[in-house]
Ligand binder design. Structure first.
Ligand code: ADP
Ligand code: MG
Length: 432
C-alpha cells in the first residue's frame, strides 16, 4: 500500500517541473517564480491529499515541492506552497495537525538560512542543498513523530524506526528531490544557452553590419581629413576657427569608426606574453590625470604574483581602459575608483569598483548594447568594444551595480602560459 502511495507521490513531485519545462518561450525561473510556485503548490496539495496515513501522521512528500519552491522560486513561490500546505493540512485535520505546522516552519527556516547564498552555488551544489533541505524536513518530521508518540505514551521502538516502509520513504524523498532539482537545473541551463545563442547571433549581425559600413565611410573620411588639415594650415581668422572645430569632429567620427571596426572584428596584431600587472599599472598611470581632472582618486591593488596572458597587449589595455574610464566618468568629485587584480583558482580576476552614481536594473540590463549611452557626448561603444575583446580573449565580465552607491565590474580572465586560447562565449552577465 505505502509503495503505491509513494510511487504516486514520486510522480507528483516531478510533475510541476515537467509542466514548467513545457511553458512556451521564456522559461526563466526569475521571471516565472509565481507560476513555478503555483505548479509546486498544486503538487504539494496533491501530495497532502494523497498522503499515507500511519499512526495519526500523514506521510507524504509535500516538503519536496515546498523546498524546491522556497529555494528555486524564492519567497513568493515559497509563500504560495506554504499557504497551500497549511490550508490543506488544516482542512484534513486530525490530532497531528499541529506537528505538521512545526515541520513546515522548520522547512521555511532552512530556506531562509540558505536562500541568500543559494544562487551563488554551482548547479551541483544547489542540487545537494535541495537534498539537504529534504533530509532536514524528513528528520524534523520524524522528530515530531517521535514527540507525538512519546506524548501519547507509545515511544518509538527500533522495529518501527528501521521498518522497510520508513526507509523506503526516506530513500524516495531523497531520490525524488534530487531528480526534480536536476530537472530544474536542466531547464535553467537550457534557458542560459538559448540566451547565449541569441546574444551571439545579435553580436554577429551587428558586427558584420558595422564592419562593412565603417569600412566604406572611413576611407573617404580620411581623405576629407587630409584636405582639411591642409586648409587648416593656410587659413586664418574665422575659417581657421571653423576648421579647428570641424577637424575635431572629423577626428571624433574617425575614432567612432575605428571603435566600430574593433568591435566587429578585434584585430590581434601582435600576440605576446602580457602581464596583467604591467598592463594595469600602465592603465592606472595613463588614466590618473584623467581621474584627477574630475577629482576622482584612482587606486590600484595588484597581486604580487605576476599573472600573464598571451594576447595583443594593446587590445587588452583598450578593453580595460574603456571600463575604467566609464567608472571614472560615473564618479563624482571626491569619489574613488579602485582596481584590483588577484589570482582565483587559476583565473585572473580584475575588479573595477567605483563609488559613482551606479545604475538601475534597467540600465544594467542595457549595458553592452551597441549605442547605449547616457552621456551627452557618449558613443555607447566603449563597453561593447571591451566586452567583445574580453570575449575574444576567453574572458568573462560581470556587472553589479547599486544606484547612488557605485558599480563593480568583475573580469574573469584566463591565465595562459602558451598560445592564446580562444573560447568565445557569452561574455556579459549581469548580477541580479
Ligand atoms: P559611453 O561611455 O560612450 O556612454 P559605454 O558603452 O562606455 O558608452 O557606456 C554605456 C553606458 O553605460 C554609459 O553611458 C553609462 O550610462 C553606463 N555605464 C557604464 N559603466 C558605468 C559605471 N561604472 N557606472 C555607471 N554607469 C556606467
Ligand atoms: Mg565609455
Amino acid at each position: 500500500m505505502i509503495e503505491e502511495k509513494l510511487l504516486l507521490q514520486a510522480l507528483l513531485i516531478l510533475a510541476p517541473v515537467l509542466l514548467f519545462s513545457l511553458l512556451p518561450e521564456n522559461r526563466r525561473l526569475e521571471n516565472n517564480s509565481l507560476i513555478f510556485g503555483i505548479f509546486q503548490g498544486g503538487a504539494a496539495f496533491l501530495c497532502v491529499v494523497f498522503s499515507y496515513q500511519f499512526e495519526g501522521f500523514h506521510w507524504d512528500l509535500r516538503f519536496v515541492p515546498f523546498v524546491l519552491a522556497l529555494l528555486y522560486g524564492g519567497p513568493g513561490a515559497g509563500l504560495i506552497v506554504f499557504s497551500v500546505i497549511l490550508i490543506t493540512r488544516t482542512f484534513i485535520g486530525g490530532e497531528a495537525v499541529i506537528y505538521s505546522y512545526f515541520t513546515s516552519i522548520a522547512t521555511v527556516v532552512f530556506a531562509i538560512f540558505w536562500y541568500k547564498k543559494f544562487w551563488a552555488y554551482t548547479p551541483s551544489n544547489r542540487i545537494k542543498l535541495a537534498i539537504l533541505g529534504s533530509v532536514w524536513s524528513i528528520s524534523f518530521s520524524f522528530g515530531m513523530f517521535a514527540t507525538f508518540r512519546t506524548l501519547a505514551g507509545k515511544p518509538l521502538n527500533k522495529d518501527l524506526i528501521l521498518s522497510p516502509d520508513i526507509i523506503l520513504f526516506g530513500v524516495i524523498s531523497i531520490v525524488g528531490i534530487g531528480f526534480a532539482a536536476r530537472l530544474i537545473e536542466e531547464i535553467i541551463e537550457r534557458e542560459k544557452m538559448r540566451d547565449d545563442i541569441l546574444r551571439s547571433e545579435k553580436l554577429n549581425t551587428m558586427g558584420e553590419l558595422a564592419a562593412s559600413f565603417a569600412h566604406e565611410v572611413r576611407n573617404p573620411l580620411t581623405v576629407v581629413k587630409g584636405f582639411m588639415q591642409l586648409m587648416h594650415q593656410n587659413e586664418t581668422g574665422k575659417n581657421h576657427e571653423y576648421l579647428t572645430l570641424a577637424l575635431s569632429e572629423v577626428g571624433r567620427a574617425e575614432m567612432i569608426l575605428s571603435d566600430y571596426l574593433n568591435f566587429a572584428k578585434p584585430q590581434f596584431h601582435k600576440i605576446e606574453e602580457c602581464s596583467y600587472n604591467e598592463a594595469l599599472s600602465e592603465i592606472i598611470a595613463l588614466l590618473n590625470p584623467f581621474a584627477a581632472k574630475g577629482g576622482v582618486a584612482l587606486d590600484g591593488s595588484l597581486s604580487k604574483e605576476h599573472l600573464h596572458i598571451e594576447t595583443d597587449r594593446n587590445q587588452l589595455k583598450q578593453a580595460i581602459v574603456n571600463l575604467v574610464k566609464n567608472a571614472i566618468e560615473a564618479t563624482q568629485e571626491g569619489g574613488l575608483v579602485s582596481i584590483r587584480l588577484y589570482n582565483k583558482e587559476g583565473q585572473a580576476v580584475i575588479e573595477i569598483t567605483d563609488t559613482g552614481r551606479g545604475m538601475t536594473k534597467e540600465q544594467l540590463s542595457r549595458i553592452g548594447t551597441l549605442f547605449y549611452t547616457t552621456k551627452e557626448r557618449g558613443t555607447g561603444l566603449g563597453t561593447c568594444v571591451s566586452l567583445r575583446i574580453i570575449n575574444e580573449m576567453g574572458g568573462r565580465a560581470f556587472y553589479s551595480s547599486e544606484l547612488e552607491k557605485g558599480t563593480k565590474v568583475t573580469l574573469l580572465m584566463p591565465i595562459t602560459k602558451k598560445g592564446c586560447s580562444h573560447q568565445p562565449h557569452s561574455v556579459l552577465e549581469v548580477a541580479k
